[in-house]
Design a protein around this ligand. Structure first.
Ligand code: NAD
Length: 490
């Protein structure tokens, strides 16, 4: 059976010789589901790809170590990010000295911290926080809990945050962080202790006016509340309530903002609507597919439905599904909440990863992890537009192919900036002890992201470059101005 998969072009590592699969219950990265219950059964991925050929578990979604090795493919993301800077520089002749600053991160923190597990033994974890640049304002960026988190990935994502905040003109710099764990391996109580102990290890390297984390892959408002509480508990009592904004993406009762949860997906959809308007394209009846059905993907999908568009295919870590008559995004979101993933959704059929990428749709929204649109995937894509909800979803080869195939791309640093824009609103309203209504937030978000869209489109026309390079030019231009005005100390 493995040979068949290899024939299909799947990039699989050799099967373990032992039949003793280590099976894990995968909780869709949502701590809290089933209270960490470890089920016994077979890997859903292997089942889907006919590798194990054994019966599916009755409930839940499983994945084995072999599956994990399949998803662990990764290229040098930071190097790719720097290549984009070089490309933008060669087009617009940016100041060499400022480019040297931009090529480096300012601070890189690696912390190893002990946490007591439920069975009383102690485990040491590794966490990262990379602060790329704070010329425009406090460092800002998400925290990711994922087995593939490493210093290269965090560096790259921190650097991209600097471009993102620069493009949309908000007073933040760029940072990113994470812990190298699979949350599915830990109980909710263990996860809470891990998040809190990580916050303690970061100490004053984060802070409401210095570096403000937010949710990213496998982190959520609940985890932000734990971080907020831990940070506030470690400072002087009379300072505590002035520090609500140490994180954004918090639950609303803890100072979070309405509209933050959907903000990234909302920004993606505002960009798609603008693209449709500029290109005389009717979104009513248009088709789309989504990779990643977590925060960004599921919100983008649900908001696209409001335009009368039809979702045909979806892929997440558990598998890929398709229904030519359309998949209802709200119904699928409820299913995923209950079952942990899209695989086995009864109103669509399971398809292979390759069939997912080959599905002909008007718009593809990658909203999972980086490097998903590699050479092979880009060759398969049959779409008019790629709207990048994820950070770095297209690798260098994939990007070249998209350009050759004349597929429009709304690049990540523009397309998924809705999250950091509404995080900025949350941060501001915490500082001013205000409450902002949803319509006010959506109106402001739309205004900011669309003017950034216009700047990127104008730069693409002016310099006759692709949109990714144009977005980079817009970001670098703003940073160059600031450095030139202020000079380099001393
Ligand atoms: P999430 O944890 O809520 O969802 C991630 C989704 O990706 C899940 O559905 C998961 O099953 C899927 N996935 C993971 N590995 C996969 C694989 N190998 N193949 C297919 N699907 C896979 O995370 P999120 O917050 O929605 O973030 C998704 C992307 O959007 C990331 O690149 C993140 O950096 C980016 N992003 C997030 C925000 C935000 O506000 N959350 C803001 C900007 C950018």
């Amino acid at each position: 059976m493995r040979n068949n998969d290899q024939k299909k072009g799947l990039d699989l590592k050799p099967l373990p010789t032992s039949k003793e699969w280590k099976l894990l219950y995968y909780q869709h990265g949502r701590p809290g589901l089933d209270e960490g219950k470890k089920l016994k059964g077979l890997c859903s991925y292997c089942d889907l790809q006919s590798i194990c050929g054994l019966p599916k578990p009755e409930t839940g979604v499983w994945r084995c170590e072999y599956y994990k090795s399949k998803v662990s493919r990764k290229s040098n993301l930071h190097e790719n990010v720097l290549k984009l800077v070089e490309k933008a520089q060669s087009v617009n002749n940016f100041d060499r000295d400022i480019a040297k600053i931009m090529a480096e991160t300012m601070n890189e923190l690696v912390v190893h911290f002990p946490v007591k597990m439920d069975d009383d033994h102690v485990k040491v974890f590794t966490g990262y926080r990379v602060q790329h640049n704070n010329a425009l304002g406090p460092f800002k960026g998400g925290l990711r809990f994922h087995p593939m988190v490493d210093i290269d990935e965090v560096r790259a994502l921190a650097t991209m945050m600097t471009w993102k905040t620069a493009i949309v003109n908000i007073p933040f710099g760029g940072a990113k962080g994470g812990i190298q764990i699979d949350p599915a391996d830990y109980s909710p109580k263990e996860l809470e202790r891990i998040a809190r102990r990580f916050t303690f290890a970061l100490g004053n390297n984060i802070g409401p006016e210095y570096d403000i984390p937010a949710p990213d892959v496998n982190t959520n408002p609940k985890i932000m509340a734990w971080i907020q509480d831990t940070y506030m508990s470690t400072i002087a009592p009379d300072e505590r309530n002035r520090c609500l904004h140490v994180v954004t993406g918090k639950p609303i009762d803890s100072g979070g903002s309405v509209g933050r949860e959907k903000a990234t997906g909302q920004g993606v959809v505002f960009c798609i609507e603008k693209w449709a308007q500029d290109n005389g394209f009717n979104l009513k009846g248009a088709t789309y597919s989504v990779q990643g059905y977590g925060n960004v993907g599921s919100w983008a999908a649900r908001l696209m439905k409001m335009n009368g568009s039809k979702m045909i295919a979806v892929e997440d870590v558990t598998g890929s599904i398709k229904n030519n008559q359309g998949i209802d995004p709200d119904d699928l979101a409820l299913y995923v909440k209950e079952h942990g993933g899209v695989v086995d959704y009864p109103k669509a059929k399971a398809i292979s990863h390759e069939a997912f990428f080959s599905t002909k749709v008007d718009i593809f929204i990658p909203a999972a992890l980086e490097n998903a649109i590699n050479k092979d995937a880009a060759e398969l894509l049959n779409v008019k537009l790629v709207a990048e909800g994820a950070n770095g979803p297209t690798d260098e080869d994939g990007d070249e192919i998209l350009q050759r195939k004349k597929i429009d791309v709304i690049p990540d640093i523009l397309c998924n900036s809705g999250g950091v824009i509404v995080s900025y609103f949350e941060w501001l309203k915490n500082k001013r002890s205000e409450f902002w209504e949803l319509d006010e937030i959506d109106t402001k978000l739309k205004k900011i992201i669309i003017s950034a869209y216009d700047r990127v489109r104008d730069a693409a026309e002016k310099y006759k470059v692709d949109w990714r390079t144009a977005a980079q030019i817009v970001a670098l231009y703003r940073l160059e101005m600031v450095y030139k005005e202020r000079g380099i100390f001393p």
